[in-house]
Design a protein around this ligand. Structure first.
Ligand SMILES: [Zn+2]
Length: 73
């Protein structure tokens, strides 16, 4: 089986879902796994602590956002 680099971390989903959906899910996953910029201290230290809840490791701020992204760019 050829490895599809675009599918990335979604390989575990197997072939149950379409390729397009897997790529899309992968993008969303990467978005919420990566540390993001804190809207309070402007440092990149924000991680999702729960669905819809984000916490900043630098200033300790906790705030709500979208389930899979902060909704703040
Ligand atoms: Zn912060």
């Amino acid at each position: 089986m050829a490895v599809n680099k675009k599918a990335g971390s979604t390989k575990r989903y197997g072939a149950r879902y379409g390729k397009r959906l897997k790529v899309k899910a992968g993008l969303i996953e990467n978005q919420y796994k990566q540390r993001q910029k804190c809207p309070y201290c402007r440092k990149v230290g924000v991680k999702r602590v729960a669905i819809g809840i984000w916490g900043c490791g630098k200033c300790g701020a906790k705030f709500t956002g979208k389930a899979y992204s902060m909704g703040v760019k």
